[in-house]
Design a binder for this molecule. Sequence first.
Ligand SMILES: [Zn+2]
Length: 100
Amino acid sequence: MTTRIHVAKALTPNEHWSAWFDENPTLAFAGESLSEAVDGLLEIAQLDSATLNVDLSQCNKGEVVFIHDGKTCQDCDGTGRYIGLYKVAKCDACGGSGWV
Ligand SMILES: [Zn+2]
């Protein structure tokens, strides 16, 4: 499955970078640089950074968009969630991204 990762520089005094998934913006990571934000997002989602390519057609001023080619998580069927008897939690297998 192909997904996109957005990375944007905040217009706040600390000017940190935020990275999030196109389909799941609630799973995000912030860092002091673009690479720190993307690396952190990929780490919590347990994805490999070697499969990233820049999507130039989607990039805007202050925002870079990457394409990640991965496989849908079999444990959660791509939802990123584990639904148990008493609670809904982030899927352990994919870290909540829905991809592996
Ligand atoms: Zn999963």
